[in-house]
Design a binder for this molecule. Sequence first.
Ligand SMILES: [Zn+2]
Ligand SMILES: [Zn+2]
Length: 268
Amino acid sequence: MAYPGPHESLITSPLLRRGGMLVLDTVFPRLCPACDVTLEKHAPRSGIDAWLCQVCLGDLEPIKPPYCSVCGESFDGPMTREFRCSNCDGRRMAFDFAISAFKARGVLRELIHQFKYSRDLSLRGVLADTLKPALNDPRLIGEDLSQWLLVPVPLHFLREMRREFNQSWELCRMLAEETGIPAVQALRRTRLTSTQAKLQRRQRLENLRGVFALRLALPWRPRPDLLGRKILLVDDVLTTGATAHECAKVLKRQAGAEKVVVITAARG
Ligand SMILES: [Zn+2]
Ligand SMILES: [Zn+2]
């Protein structure tokens, strides 16, 4: 896998940087955002280990093979061949495949809840780092990700106004900063929908039909050219895949994107 890499730091000397970090840690100790425990001074400086304490790290459950080749739902037990789960079997998904980094439970579920519903923007860093392992999926190895685009699942503008941010766009921006993969808001939601979490699978599909469209071109903001592009569609959680399917449909059919891979921090 190749991506352009993070931006250059202003302090180039590693020794100075480490010294500066130690001073910062003494003045402002790093706290685990999930349980408020102070992190060890020698805790790593990057990745998910730089955010969470050992106990909370131990609570994360990575999604490991075997998993469904379409939606990434993981299964216990040995599975030697590629397979589709019962949710995806016989269903045509517009995205190529979806990868989630961790199961949506325990600490991660709480963090996502706090991020979205308590509008705690300070959690975007830790959540972007929980999403990052999804980029290590074997199917993305060998891809030049610097040529791909990060696209967020959009919120309706009224909901975004109330929440003050779109969690998926915030994850995209953090990921773009860390990996150098460009991020662009290409989609919009045409109407407010009831919250998906309370609906059954069939209702979710009905609820979402035709709800996404390409963002309108404005004089100061031209529409991004997605023709033939490969896209990483970013969201916090993937549940039935209905939202991702509808977004991918627009990206492929209306904008001509070549490939859409869904990446999420958690799998519900
Ligand atoms: Zn903790
Ligand atoms: Zn599946």
